[in-house]
Design a protein around this ligand. Structure first.
Ligand code: HEC
Length: 154
């Protein structure tokens, strides 16, 4: 998550930014070939991450890893137990990340900014659907607003 998924998603979410300034709207969007090529790499990373997450019996959070906010996100052993209990839901969530990455890739290849924005929304839903089921404790599922601390770009 931290080394592949999160940086790639940030690159997609930060690609189009419209800011309102005193001088009017300030728009940032991908323009050069380099901009689009970088986005293409990120979209591929996201789609392939969805495939990696479907590898069976792979530890999901490293055994010794400590949750950043104890009690707010689950410990590695709890995550493993949830995935073992709901393997199909896990696989579905992983496939949704792969598909959202694929739609993002299509938008990037078509150099279609509107489609890129829409695919960024679909991506965000894919992240949060899996996190709310497999990462956050039942009684502490944060609202989308408080999830922002885990995904600083949103
Ligand atoms: C198939 C399920 C699944 C999907 C899809 C998913 N995640 Fe995660 N994510 C997890 C689980 C489980 C954890 C907690 C274990 C861990 O830290 O890796 C996690 C943790 C994280 C973390 C914290 C990592 C750390 O080391 O503290 C970040 C950041 C993150 N996800 C970002 C994202 C983003 C952004 C997306 C979507 C583009 C996404 N995730 C999609 C399952 C998923």
């Amino acid at each position: 998550m931290r080394s592949l998924v999160d940086p790639a998603a940030d690159a997609i979410w930060d690609a189009v930014v419209i800011t309102s300034t005193a001088a009017g709207l300030d728009e940032r969007r991908p323009e050069t070939d380099d901009d689009w090529n970088a986005l293409e790499r990120s979209a591929v990373v996201l789609a392939e991450s969805g495939n990696l997450l479907q590898i069976d019996d792979r530890p999901i959070a490293a055994a010794g890893s400590v949750s950043e906010l104890p009690g707010v996100d689950l410990e590695p052993s709890d995550i493993a137990a949830r995935v073992a209990a709901e393997p199909r839901a896990w696989a579905r969530s992983a496939r949704e990340l792969r598909d959202a990455g694929g739609v993002t890739l299509e938008a990037v290849r078509a150099r279609d900014v509107d489609a890129l924005l829409a695919s960024g929304d679909r991506l965000y839903v894919a992240c949060e659907n899996c996190h709310s089921r497999f990462w956050y404790p039942d009684d502490a599922t944060p609202s989308v607003g408080s999830v922002e601390s885990a995904s600083p770009s949103r």
